[in-house]
Design a protein around this ligand. Structure first.
Ligand code: MRU
Length: 338
């Protein structure tokens, strides 16, 4: 099934908090339920958030219609709450905006628009993934690939069947080009361990899970040919916000002369922001750091940092690939932190 869908007036989604041990389907019938699912990361990943935003406006438009009259003011208030449920991935506000653009045409038009956003998601991500696979093949032509990825940028992070960065991995695997994929576990919420490993296992692609802090050492040992990740927001100058830990990977990759490729749909590009310093990085609850999947691992009141994302300067990124263009490839040299 798809990560996200629309069925009989409800948004249907796999609860990603429970994977890989339970495959539970959520039926979200109100905007409040949808926002709660987004905030606890039951629905997550930038492209999936874009589709959820569009479907959420459709849900609101349906609920706010009575006797043929649509309360547009109430829908716009719901839409603002939805768009600000998570601040970093620009796709969420983008998806909300796509659906709101036809609000004056009524709830059925809003739903049709949201379904178009959902259908396009699979198509554009497949295109970006295929172009990224071509690019990676050109950058690393000499041997079966040892790729390293972070967080989850697979089908689960989209409304489609492939994903972005992991979509490129699937494409390369179909072409017989993968030796193995190193999966960063991705603390604190373990999207790599729980979700990426699950997707790769289902696809039968060889992979090995590693703690996040192993990445630099694996690069130094010559075990990584290319780093491939998704993105939550890409600014006009090519800076990239992605899951916390991505910046460290970029620094290490540059130091070791390893290409780093970002794969994302155009809806992740925010031309309104000049550079990454302007991106709002979501700060989440300290308990996510003090605990591992709910089990305390630090004294109860230990103060913690918990930024959900970091920003990698464009100068450290070999290329950003979307369905419409390739920004790069550029030669990255260590020390060019931008
Ligand atoms: O906090 P999350 O799980 O929503 O963070 C997701 C990521 O950082 C992904 O790498 C990003 O959204 C790209 S998904 C194609």
């Amino acid at each position: 099934m798809r990560t996200l869908n629309w069925e009989d007036g409800a948004i249907v989604a796999i609860d990603q908090c429970l994977l890989p041990h339970q495959e539970t389907v959520l039926r979200l019938r109100t905007v409040e339920e949808l926002i709660a699912a987004i905030q606890r990361l039951a629905i997550r990943g930038a492209p999936a958030l874009g589709v959820a935003g569009a479907l959420g406006v459709a849900l609101s438009a349906r609920l706010r219609s009575r006797d043929g009259r649509l309360d547009e003011t109430a829908v716009r208030a719901d839409a603002e709450l939805l768009a600000s449920a998570r601040p970093t991935a620009v796709n969420l506000r983008w998806g909300v905006g796509q659906a709101l653009a036809v609000l004056s045409e009524g709830p059925e038009a809003v739903l049709a628009q949201a379904l178009r956003v959902m259908e396009a998601d699979d198509r554009v991500n497949r295109q970006a993934a295929s172009d990224a696979a071509d690019l990676i093949t050109g950058l690393c032509p000499d041997r079966p690939l040892r790729l390293l990825t972070h967080c989850n940028a697979g089908a689960l992070a989209t409304a489609g069947t492939r994903g972005t960065a992991l979509g490129a991995v699937f494409e390369l695997a179909e072409r017989g080009r993968i030796e193995y994929v190193i999966v960063d576990e991705t603390r604190p919420l373990l999207q790599g361990a729980r979700l990426t490993s699950w997707e790769l296992a289902r696809a039968g692609i060889p992979h090995r899970l590693a703690v996040d802090s192993a990445a630099a050492s694996l690069m130094r040992r010559g075990l990584v040919d290319c780093v491939v990740v998704g993105a939550d927001r890409i600014t006009a100058n090519g800076d990239v916000a992605n899951k916390i830990g991505t910046y460290g990977l970029a620094v290490s990759a540059a130091h070791h002369g390893i290409p780093m490729v970002v794969v994302a749909p155009e809806s992740t590009v925010d031309e309104d922001l000049a550079d990454g310093a302007l991106i709002e990085v979501e700060e989440r609850e300290a308990d996510e750091v003090r605990r591992v999947l709910g089990t305390p691992v630090a004294p109860e009141d230990t103060p913690a940092f918990n930024p959900a994302f970091d920003v990698t300067p464009a100068a450290l990124i070999t290329a950003v690939v979307t369905e419409a263009r390739i920004m790069g490839p550029r030669v990255v040299t260590a020390g060019r932190a931008g």
